[in-house]
Design a protein around this ligand. Structure first.
Ligand code: RBF
Length: 171
């Protein structure tokens, strides 16, 4: 299965830049809270584990995933963070609502990232059912909240023109 090969939850701790000087925003959607709160725990704990200070992590809850880009924008208006991590879970139902929400979130976040030069991290689960979501929120496929935090740290380091670009990458 593709995700078994790309499960970044088992990342190499030592290769990440230190996050002790970095500021983060986390925007988390309240729909499917059992899932999104597990993503949030994984994300928050990973930021702390890599040195981020609790005072430098700003959390905002939004009603649903569709509100993630707007929530992220509001958070940035209040806090000059290095990266914003957006966490949500959209489960496919009988109608095509999931496609509209997922595309809106993806487009919203990539547009914000490109327009502003600030990383907005896509931590949205887009699953067919609840079990697939649980598997990715601390289950057999890791925790995508952890992976979103790792991505945020790496992108924040790039934004800060930190060491990452100077590391050897094997060619
Ligand atoms: N938000 C989610 O975060 N996950 C969902 O699975 C989800 N399903 C929805 C299904 C329908 C039919 C509708 C109308 C909304 C859903 N939402 C979901 C809420 C959506 O992200 C947003 O909060 C609302 O549409 C209000 O803008």
């Amino acid at each position: 299965m593709a995700s078994a090969l790309k499960n970044l939850s088992a990342y190499d701790d030592g290769s990440l830049p230190a996050a002790d000087e970095m500021l983060f925003g986390i925007v988390v959607a309240d729909w499917n809270p059992r899932i999104t709160h597990a993503l949030y725990e994984g994300c928050y704990d990973t930021l702390l584990k890599h040195g981020a200070k609790a005072d430098n992590i700003h959390t905002m809850q939004v009603p649903g995933s569709f509100e993630l880009p707007a929530g992220a924008r509001l958070l940035v208006a209040k806090h000059n963070v290095d990266a914003v991590i957006c966490l949500g879970c959209v489960i496919k139902g009988e109608t095509s609502h999931n496609e509209y929400i997922n595309h809106a979130v993806a487009n919203g976040l990539v547009n914000l990232s490109i327009a502003t030069g600030r990383p907005y991290i896509f931590g949205l689960l887009t699953t067919d059912n609840e079990q697939q979501a649980l598997d990715r929120a601390g289950g057999q496929h890791g925790n995508k909240g952890v992976e979103a935090a790792v991505t945020a740290i790496r992108m924040a380091a790039l934004k800060r023109d930190d060491k990452e670009g100077k590391r050897k990458i094997g060619f």
